[in-house]
Ligand binder design. Structure first.
Ligand SMILES: Nc1ncnc2c1ncn2[C@@H]1O[C@H](COP(=O)(O)OP(=O)(O)OP(=O)(O)O)[C@@H](O)[C@H]1O
Length: 362
């Protein structure tokens, strides 16, 4: 899958754009505030139905306009899927996939498997486990077609259980939720750990290139200590504590991936640039997995490609992206020799005050 065409209307400072992208490398060059991140945000919106910068449509719609419109063509082998999305400040949304109205924005996710890397991405390692669960679930979602159903069901169940926790006086009253919860939790945990075990091989190999001087351990935690007791026992034994807290403290909603160096969390040991490289290694491993095992093309959106990376690391990164077979969108302020980092054919776009123009080959 690749994004072959994008039409934008009234999205941030981009009033109107009609762009045909390269199937591999797309380099977007522009000064501060020219609209580079807005372009990535528009692509992200088409991939996930939301922004990575704001929950408020009113911030994203161009000032003095009522709505933004995005139209794209997604190419898979020789088949083109047209997708159109319009969002208004008043909350109205129109999504069309292949000419038919689609009610759910979640339907978008299967078309563009996006990996976003921004200067804030190191929160994947330094932030809460929620970020690492989202990272892991992204891969499981594309790898295992049954995962989404289990995940959506358990989210609903937990919501109901947490509401019931606040009212139940005895554990017996809760058991109606827990039988299904335990079955689903074990399924999700098996799906996640099966994916993680395979991904780990790729993570180790990318980390070896990016951070060869560190011995890094990576461990999946399913959300409860399986070796100690079953989830059913945890739910039973934690009843009093959980009802005081008003939420369930054991289960797949507490899963995490623990990355450590000499027993310390990586965020406490590595520099900012090294953390960024770590995140690149993790996301590239997922891109490689998607390409080589799931036979789907990953799309990388990388904002501010060269920040905090020396020339050598930029070269390693460029090589890995090329090897992953992904479609790439990177933004840079200074073009320098960035296009020469990539050996395959690439397209360069210049961004100025929200206007995009493609640089023609000499
Ligand atoms: N709703 C909006 N309508 C019009 N312009 C907007 C809107 N939201 C943001 N902008 C403007 O869009 C411009 C582009 O911002 P963007 O973050 O895309 O730039 P950038 O090229 O990524 O900059 P940098 O290199 O500094 O990160 C900014 O000047 C911003 O003030």
């Amino acid at each position: 899958m690749s994004l072959s065409k994008l039409v934008i209307h009234q999205f941030r400072n981009i009033n109107s754009a009609n762009i045909t992208f390269n199937n591999n490398i797309n380099i977007i060059v522009g000064a501060n505030g020219s609209g580079k991140t807005s372009l990535l945000e528009a692509i992200y919106f088409l991939g996930l139905g939301r922004s990575f910068r704001s929950h408020l449509t009113s911030r994203i719609v161009q000032h003095e306009h009522k709505e933004f419109t995005l139209f794209s063509e997604i190419t898979q082998q020789d088949y083109i899927t047209p997708i159109g999305l319009q969002k208004s400040k008043n909350g109205d949304t129109i999504l069309k996939i292949n000419g038919a109205i689609s009610k759910k924005l979640a339907n978008l996710t299967q078309y563009l498997p996006l990996q976003l890397i921004t200067p804030e991405s190191s929160t994947l390692l330094s932030g809460s486990p929620k970020n690492r669960r989202a990272f892991l679930d992204w891969g499981v979602f594309y790898h295992d077609p049954l995962f989404y159903h289990n995940w959506a069901r358990i989210k609903r169940l937990l919501k109901q259980r947490n509401a019931a926790l606040k009212q139940c006086k005895t554990y017996n009253e809760l058991q109606v939720w827990d039988n299904e919860l335990c079955i689903l939790s074990n399924k999700i945990s098996t799906q996640r750990s099966a994916y993680f075990d395979q991904l780990l091989v790729l993570i180790k190999s990318t980390l070896n290139d990016f951070l060869p001087d560190f011995d890094i351990s990576c461990q999946f935690f399913c959300g409860w200590d399986k070796n100690n007791k079953s989830l059913a026992d945890y739910l039973h034994d934690n009843f009093l504590r959980d009802s005081q807290l008003g939420y369930t403290t054991a289960g797949p909603q507490k899963a995490d991936i623990r990355f450590k160096i000499a027993g310390y969390p990586v965020a406490d040991v590595l520099s900012r640039g090294q953390l960024k490289l770590f995140v690149y290694a993790l996301q590239l491993a997922q891109g490689l997995f998607l390409n080589s095992i799931d036979k789907k093309q990953c799309i990388f959106l990388i904002d501010d490609f060269s920040s905090e990376l020396d020339q050598n690391k930029q070269q390693i990164l460029a090589k890995h992206i090329a090897d992953s077979g992904a479609q790439l969108f990177i933004t840079v302020i200074e073009p320098d020799n960035i296009d020469r980092l990539f050996t395959q054919k690439n397209s360069v776009f210049h961004m100025e005050h929200g206007q995009i123009t493609e640089q023609l080959e000499n």
